[in-house]
Design a protein around this ligand. Structure first.
Ligand SMILES: Cc1ncc(COP(=O)(O)O)c(C=O)c1O
Length: 411
């Protein structure tokens, strides 16, 4: 006997794709370009739509579902923790929250953690911390924050204000003031910009939404040095790149650049809404009691999920496998780039966060791939972004490489 009163899909035949799409188009806010597919179940790297069609997923809920879809351990974890304790608020401590803070600070080399519910919120906390740190140091003179053109930091007002893409600002002015943008990777411009009015610099270690662009050699460590010398905090947004995605525990390891503040999300909850802002003791001092919080952030249920996931994601053997599979995948993509030079102009990325720059718009290719049963994301107009579940295997990677070859060959 069930105590549940809503007859969800486990009690009856699911609605069809067409019905869900048309009803969704009427009842949901029209705020994103939704692909006309409704998924009803997943297993490993596969998703099944409401009509029973199967897709091999190289998007993973936008670089999020690290262990694929509906991993059995998540069901067990949610059931056990939900039966014990769901939420108490930040007015108290709870065990999984303390254990997760210890794990993430110990593994990252930072000192303190704050938990929230989305990547944007993690960046909001980082933004406030940096601004307050500057204010505590030099008063209202030092409150500017510097970000990169082409960056992406989320959709709240603070996060879009930090995001260096004009198209995402349109119609939302006035934005949060005191933010300047510099070209990503240009140390000379940053040197001229970071003066004694700058409280913080926020950067992605790899531009994700901006087309999987890596920083030039030595850039990030020099930015860190510059920030330290000039009294600004460096925030690295690892919402997308953190926790194994790039074949290292944190992407900043590739670039030898421990930031003052680090933000995490996506894989940390792998679909459960949870995010983290980690900070050095110096940066963390800026936020005193009453200066920042969230009601549900850090709730025992979310923390238990994230503790299990982070423990699995930070396992060195797991990360090594991601690194190896990423190398294999990248070599395959590079092979295709050589085979189809009129279609592909380059391959970029690290670990299982890879991009393929095309010579034309990438959206028509994602459509053709979808017809063949593969989910791939188009970003930055002409880039195919591959961010599969980290448990993807080489046979599944081969299936996509073959499909890409077919799609490029029948241009
Ligand atoms: C680098 C980066 N930061 C922040 C965000 C925002 O995260 P969320 O959508 O969970 O608010 C994203 C999401 O794509 C991201 O890629």
């Amino acid at each position: 006997m069930s105590d549940l009163i809503h007859p969800l899909t486990w009690d009856r035949e699911p609605l069809s794709n067409e019905e869900l799409v048309s009803r969704g188009r009427r009842s949901l806010l029209n705020n994103v370009t939704r692909i006309p597919l409704a998924f009803v179940k997943g297993e490993g790297a596969y998703l099944y739509d409401a009509d029973g069609r199967r897709y091999l997923d190289f998007l993973a809920g936008i670089a999020t579902c690290a262990f694929g879809h509906a991993p059995p351990f998540m069901a067990e974890l949610l059931r056990r923790q939900a039966a014990k304790l769901v939420h108490v608020s930040n007015l108290f401590f709870n065990e999984p929250m303390v254990l997760l803070a210890e794990l993430l600070t110990e593994r990252s080399g930072l000192d303190r953690a704050f938990f929230s519910n989305s990547g944007a919120e993690a960046n909001e906390a980082a933004f406030k911390m940096a601004r307050k740190h500057g204010f505590d140091r030099d008063g209202e003179k030092r409150v500017r924050v510097v970000s990169a053109l082409n960056s992406f930091h989320g959709r709240t007002m603070g996060a879009i204000s930090l995001t260096g893409q004009e198209k995402l600002h349109k119609g939302f002015h006035p934005l949060v003031p005191g933010i300047s943008f510099v070209p990503y990777g240009d140390l000379g411009v940053l040197e001229k910009t970071v003066d004694d009015t700058v409280a913080g610099v926020i950067l992605e270690p790899i531009l994700g939404e901006g087309g999987i662009e890596l920083p030039p050699e030595g850039y990030l460590s020099k930015v860190k040095k510059l920030c330290s010398e000039r009294g600004a905090l460096l925030i690295l947004d690892e919402v997308q790149t953190g926790l194994g995605r790039t074949g290292k525990d944190f992407a900043f390891r590739h670039f030898d650049c421990l930031p003052d503040i680090l933000t995490l999300g996506k894989g940390l909850g792998s679909g459960y809404p949870v995010a983290a802002t980690l900070a050095s003791e110096e940066a963390a001092r800026a936020l005193s009691p009453g200066s920042h919080s969230t009601t549900v952030g850090g709730a025992p249920l979310a923390m238990a999920v994230a503790l299990e996931l982070a423990t699995r994601l930070l396992n060195p053997a797991f990360i090594k496998e991601v690194e190896e599979k990423g190398r294999y995948f990248k070599e395959g993509l590079e092979g295709l780039a050589r085979e189809y030079p009129s279609v592909v102009s380059g391959v970029s990325g690290l670990g299982l966060l890879l991009g393929m720059k095309l010579k034309s718009e990438s959206a028509p290719y994602t459509e053709k791939l979808r017809e063949k049963g593969f989910l791939v994301n188009a970003t930055a107009v002409s880039v195919l972004r591959f961010a599969p579940p980290l448990i993807i295997n080489k046979d599944e990677i081969d299936l996509l490489l073959r499909a890409l070859g077919e799609v490029f060959g029948t241009k």
